[in-house]
Ligand binder design. Structure first.
Ligand SMILES: Cc1ncc(COP(=O)(O)O)c(C=O)c1O
Length: 366
C-alpha cells in the first residue's frame, strides 16, 4: 500500500449522466413563471400546509419509521391493504431501491425510448445494462409492446414504464397494460411509474394489475396531483415479497414526521384534490385546443404537461418558441425526442399563466 494511492469509485458510478432539472428562475427575473418541472401550480391543500406547521413543533422526535398512519391513509384512498403500501422519499428513492433489490451488475433493465431519463441513469449507477425498447415511429408515441420480447434476454430483470409517459404524455390503457404484462416472463418485474396517473382516465388499472400478479410494482407520488413536490413523498404497491425486499434497503426513517402529517392531510382533503385535478384537466384542454388552433402539433396529453411539435403551419420553430417564452420569463423544457426532433414540454400552469403561453406561442414569426 502506498500513501499516494487514491480511492476509486466502483465501475459505472462515473458514467452516471448528470440529471438536468427543469430550468429555474435567475435572480434578474422580475416575475418568472416556472413551467419546466411538471410541478402543480395550483398548490397543496391548505389542510396539508396547516399540518406542516403543526408537525413542526415535534421535529425533535424521530418519526415513526413505517409511517403507519400514512400507509393506512393511502390504502384507504386507493382501496388497498395498508401492508401492501411502502412509502419513501419520492419515486426518486423507490425506483432505484427496487432495482437494487432485484438486479445485480450486468443484469438488464428495459425501458421505452423517450421515457423518463432517470430510469437509464439509475440502471447505469447500479452497473446494470440499460436496454432501450423502440417506440412506434408514427408520432403518436405509442409503445411497441411487440418489441418488448425482442429486448428480453436471460439477464432481463425489470421493465419500467412511465404511464402516463414523461415527456410524450402518451398512455397505455388497461388492455394494453395487460398485454404488456403478458409479454414478460414471471421473473421480470413490470414497474409502472404512475407519477401523473391522477391527471389521466385510466384510474386504478395499474393498481389492479399489481394486485393480481406477483411481478408488478406500481409507483405513485405526492409530487404532482397532491402538489407536495418539495416534501419528497412517494409510495409503491406490489406483491408482499417484492415490498419485503425493498423494505430492507429503504432508509430507517424514509419520511419525516412533517411529510407524514402533510400527506395524510392532503389525502383527507378530497375536495381540494378533486378540484385541483379537474381544474388542471380543464386548463389543459383549453390550452391544447388554442395551441392546436395556432398551428402546433400536440398529441392528446394525459399528464400535467403538454408536448408541442412544430409542423408546417406552426407559427415558429421550437427553438424560437422556447426563446420567445424565455424573453417573457416563462421557463419551459426544450427536449429532443424520436431521435433528433426538438419538442417543447410545457407544464400546465394556472389559467392566467397558460393564457400568456397561448398568446406568446400564437404570434407568428416569434
Ligand atoms: C415519470 C416521473 N416519475 C417520477 C418522477 C419523480 O417523482 P418524485 O417526485 O416522487 O421523486 C417524475 C418527476 O418529474 C416523473 O416525471
Amino acid at each position: 500500500m502506498t500513501r499516494d494511492a487514491t480511492p476509486v469509485p466502483v465501475p459505472g458510478v462515473m458514467e452516471v449522466p448528470d440529471y438536468f432539472q427543469g430550468a429555474s428562475a435567475t435572480p434578474d427575473m422580475a416575475d418568472p413563471v416556472k413551467l419546466s418541472s411538471n410541478e402543480n401550480a395550483y398548490g397543496p391543500s391548505p389542510a396539508a400546509v396547516a399540518a406542516i406547521h403543526e408537525a413542526a413543533s415535534a421535529v425533535h422526535l424521530y418519526p415513526e419509521g413505517s409511517a403507519q398512519q400514512l400507509t393506512e391513509a393511502i390504502a384507504k384512498y386507493c382501496g388497498l391493504a395498508s401492508q401492501d403500501v411502502l412509502v419513501s422519499t419520492g419515486s426518486d428513492d423507490l425506483i432505484p431501491t427496487l432495482m437494487r433489490a432485484f438486479m445485480q451488475r450486468d443484469d438488464e433493465g428495459l425501458y421505452f425510448a423517450d421515457s423518463f431519463p432517470k430510469y437509464r441513469t439509475n440502471l447505469i449507477g447500479l452497473g446494470a445494462k440499460p436496454v432501450e425498447i423502440p417506440r412506434d415511429k408514427n408520432r403518436n408515441y405509442a409503445l411497441c409492446i411487440d418489441s418488448v420480447s425482442r429486448g428480453l434476454t436471460a439477464r432481463s430483470k425489470i421493465l419500467i414504464v412511465d404511464n402516463p409517459c414523461n415527456p410524450t404524455g402518451a398512455i397505455l390503457n388497461a388492455d394494453e397494460l395487460v398485454r404488456l404484462h403478458a409479454a414478460l416472463p414471471g421473473n421480470v418485474i413490470l414497474a409502472l411509474d404512475e407519477a401523473y396517473v391522477e391527471f389521466s382516465d385510466i384510474g386504478d388499472a395499474g393498481l389492479q394489475l399489481a394486485k393480481a400478479h406477483h411481478n408488478v410494482v406500481v409507483f405513485r407520488t405526492f409530487s404532482k396531483a397532491f402538489a407536495l413536490a418539495g416534501l419528497r413523498i412517494g409510495w409503491c404497491t406490489g406483491a408482499a415479497p417484492l415490498l419485503a425486499a425493498m423494505q430492507r434497503l429503504r432508509p430507517t426513517f424514509p419520511l419525516t414526521g412533517v411529510c407524514i402529517h402533510a400527506a395524510v392531510a392532503a389525502l383527507q382533503d378530497r375536495a381540494h384534490i378533486e378540484q385541483s385535478i379537474s381544474r388542471l384537466r380543464k386548463t389543459r384542454s383549453h390550452a391544447v385546443s388554442r395551441l392546436r388552433d395556432a398551428g402546433w402539433a400536440i398529441n392528446e396529453p394525459h399528464g400535467n404537461f403538454i408536448l408541442l411539435r412544430a409542423v408546417e403551419n406552426s407559427p415558429m420553430s421550437i427553438e424560437a418558441a422556447s426563446r420567445q417564452l424565455l424573453e417573457h420569463e416563462i421557463l419551459v423544457r426544450q427536449l429532443k425526442i424520436q431521435g433528433d426532433e426538438p419538442v417543447l414540454r410545457v407544464t400546465v400552469g394556472t389559467e392566467l399563466q397558460m393564457d400568456r403561453v397561448i398568446d406568446l406561442l400564437g404570434q407568428s414569426g416569434g
